[in-house]
Design a binder for this molecule. Structure first.
Ligand code: PLP
Length: 453
């Protein structure tokens, strides 16, 4: 049995897989918030290049990856698939556990898989500057890297709490040539409004998105880029699952369950969509489990409604599981999972019961992350520990039931720049969080007026 299953560069997928083509219920359209009508390409063109807008609305099953993008992918792809022999032994489970490791990328997570094509299409259309937001700093680092590959300027609005907690992420972005501002900032109206209300705010992804969009709308040569949630982002990530299918073929295996953390949905989509295709078109019966933090439980406690993707309400209204765009998540360390909504595609799949969701507390996740580090030698990003914790639950269940099963999960990033989180965990400074029903209901009430007739 091989510990790690490697592919050749020629095995890097040539196409992205678009699940829209195979979904039994197509996602509902985004709406223009001013007219309430379906938002078309014209609504998106002030902020995105046409190449990405076409992918955003595409129903074609496969979309070809440009050669220049595949060349850059070669820096870290194909990513390794590991058999978690150490973890299996530690848990004494009959389950077989595999993990796809996306921490080998330049920024240490799956995010460059989409940052590179996004920078590519912007460059193609003559864009000079790209603005974006970042939570924990993973996305900002990935986009800063991608922009450096194409000679584009990159301006990053970083959620205040992460800017303070994760100074090295900022330095990484600076190293790739990006400018980084703590958000809310005084550079935008959206930021100034929030600061006037609450000068001490720790910020949120929703606010940072508003700031980055506002900057892009102000300037013709500037576009905006989003690291998760949107269809084209999820599309780009499907190279993860396509590679994994091939790797598991070499191992002679196929997953009974696929597990990944879900912030906006991109790494979950990346590993699971190509396998979901096999459920939909090839009679396979794999389960898919998205893991979210109990402190930001849009999938398990949110409502399927139209909502904005940002706090200021600049984005089209998206039909998704949401906690309301004014939701302010607790300051947990898994920054990438603190977003108020889930992607339209993942939301529709959950609504149609083609995927499952579970919410876990952060202490269980860190405990799992520490166990995994000892068993497998990789320190997981706090986001990824959510998948590890669920995998441990699945493996323990297999042991109790005495059933063999094959578990696959996405180890979407390493935690080398998140050691403060582990330090706080070891010092006993972290606690579990559950959001109150009152808070949840009041946030949802605020978006009821946004629903179409
Ligand atoms: C950004 C990020 C996430 C959450 O985003 P998704 O779009 O849900 O994947 C999870 N893990 C890591 C390591 C991240 O960088």
């Amino acid at each position: 049995m091989d510990k790690k299953i490697l592919l050749n560069e020629s095995d890097i997928p040539t196409h992205w897989y678009n699940i829209v083509a195979d979904m039994p219920n197509k996602p509902r359209p985004p709406l223009n918030p001013k007219t309430g009508q379906p938002a078309g390409p014209d609504d998106l063109s002030p902020i995105f290049p046409m190449g990405l807008i076409q992918q955003e609305v595409s129903a074609e099953q496969y979309i070809e990856i440009p050669d220049q993008v595949r060349e850059i992918y070669k820096l870290w792809r194909p990513a390794p698939l590991f058999r978690a022999t150490g973890l299996e032994k530690m848990l004494d489970t009959p389950a077989k556990i595999y993990y796809k490791y996306e921490g080998v990328s330049p920024s240490g997570s799956h995010k460059p898989n989409t940052a590179v094509p996004q920078a590519y299409y912007n460059k193609q259309e003559g864009v000079k500057n790209i603005t974006t937001e970042t939570g924990a700093g993973q996305w900002g680092t990935a986009l800063a890297f991608a922009c450096s590959q194409f000679g584009l300027n990159c301006e990053v609005y970083m959620v205040r709490i992460s800017y303070d907690q994760k100074p090295y992420r900022k330095v990484m972005m600076n190293t790739f040539g990006a400018e980084v501002f703590p958000s809310p900032s005084d550079r935008t109206q959206a930021g100034r409004n929030i600061l006037a209300e609450d000068p001490e705010t720790s910020g949120s992804l929703g606010i940072a998105i508003s700031e980055a969009i506002e900057r892009a709308v102000m300037d013709e040569q500037t576009k905006y880029s989003l690291g998760s949630v949107l269809n084209h982002v999820l599309l780009h990530q499907t190279i993860i699952g396509q590679e994994t299918i091939k790797q598991l073929e070499y191992a002679g295996d196929y997953p009974d369950v696929v597990v990944a953390p879900l912030g906006g949905g991109s790494n979950f989509a990346g590993i699971s969509f190509p396998f979901i295709k096999n459920n939909l078109t090839d009679g396979k019966a794999t389960r898919f489990v998205a893991v979210e933090p109990a402190s930001c439980p849009k999938l398990t406690k949110g409502k399927f409604m139209y909502d904005h993707g940002d706090s200021a309400g600049y984005t089209p209204l998206l039909p998704m599981y949401t906690l309301g765009h004014n939701f302010k998540p607790a300051a947990i360390h898994a920054g990438g999972l603190r977003y108020h909504g889930a992607s339209v595609l993942c939301s529709q799949l959950l609504k149609d019961e083609l995927i499952e969701a579970v919410a876990l507390q952060q202490l269980e996740c860190f405990e799992a992350g520490v166990l995994f580090a000892k068993a497998e030698g990789i320190i997981s990003a706090p986001e990824a520990t959510h998948a590890v914790a669920q995998v441990i639950r699945e493996a323990n269940q297999a042991k109790e039931e005495g059933t063999e099963k094959t578990i696959l999960f996405n180890l979407c990033g390493h935690g080398f720049v998140d050691m403060l989180a582990y330090e706080d965990y070891f010092a006993g400074k972290l606690s579990d969080h559950t959001i109150s029903d009152e808070l949840l209901e009041s946030n949802i009430r605020q978006i009821e007026s946004l629903q179409p007739e």
